[in-house]
Write a protein that binds this ligand. Structure first.
Ligand code: PEP
Length: 257
């Protein structure tokens, strides 16, 4: 795996449960082709997180290409009696390197801070990269709880984490009320939140391992808005849902980041 400090930008596609197997393989082929032609490929990490069903086929397509395979979730245990779950061991065997954890859509389904923390530890144990999503709901923002919520989520997710040399963590700030809404927050607010994310990480890690951290932004990012976030000093990239479903549009984001 390329050391994360070598990446100038990190652009991550979250395909959620949006594509059929046929659509996922078609988009994966197109993405591989477009990335091979792209000027961004050498210093931009392009990570695609398909659903588990599509993972095997998509992994075959990405093998040997510059597109990196990621997962949308995992289970913090190896092979065993865990009905309905997918192990990191199997994900890793397909070449998966990154894992999204604590996405707001999973938190809304009941994913707890404790479970997210276990998953972060399990992902790191396999030397994979956790992409930990944090962010406030619209109600929390209205009640001026944004900072508290984000700080709390980071503390809980990273509790008792010890990083080995070279390991990496991505914190994705995603305001929940912006995801899938077509709205985006302004650059000042993204900048302010990235500082809060960074400071929370510094506090929970006791001032250690700052080099392991990358902060990204997520929430309705499009080719027209990506540079607003990636031009900020503390934001290394974006997590993209809706606009990642079409290879051409996603690659426009990659090229404009
Ligand atoms: C997401 O779900 O992580 C996300 C950023 O989605 P969208 O880009 O569709 O807002």
């Amino acid at each position: 795996m390329k050391d994360m400090k070598d990446w100038n930008k990190i652009i991550i596609a979250n395909w959620k449960m949006q594509l059929s197997l046929a659509e996922a393989t078609e988009q994966a082929k197109e993405m591989k082709k477009l990335l091979a032609k792209s000027k961004a490929k050498t210093d931009t990490a392009v990570v695609v997180c398909p659903d588990f069903l599509s993972m095997t086929e998509v992994a075959k397509i990405f093998k040997g290409s510059d597109v990196i395979l990621g997962a949308q979730d995992t289970y913090p245990g190896d092979i065993g009696a865990f009905t309905g779950e997918v192990s990191l061991k199997n994900l890793q065997s397909l070449g998966c390197e990154y894992v999204i954890l604590g996405h707001s859509e999973r938190r809304a389904m009941g994913e707890t801070d404790e479970m997210i923390n276990k998953k972060v530890k399990a992902v790191l144990e396999r030397d994979m990269v956790p992409i930990v999503c944090v962010g406030e709901t619209y109600e929390e923002r209205k009640e001026e709880k944004t900072n508290f919520v984000v700080i709390h989520q980071i503390y809980e997710a990273l509790k008792d984490i010890e990083l080995k040399p070279g390991q990496k963590i991505i914190l994705a700030y995603e305001p929940v009320w912006v995801i899938g809404s077509g709205q985006v927050i302004d650059a000042n607010e993204a900048d302010r939140m990235s500082q809060i994310v960074r400071q929370s990480y510094v506090d929970v890690m006791d001032g250690q391992n700052l080099e392991a951290l990358s902060i990204i932004y997520g929430g309705s990012v499009t080719p027209d808005t990506v540079a607003r976030f990636t031009s900020l000093q503390k934001i290394k990239g974006v997590l993209v849902g809706g606009a990642s479903l079409e290879a051409k549009k996603f690659m426009e984001i990659v090229n404009k980041a």
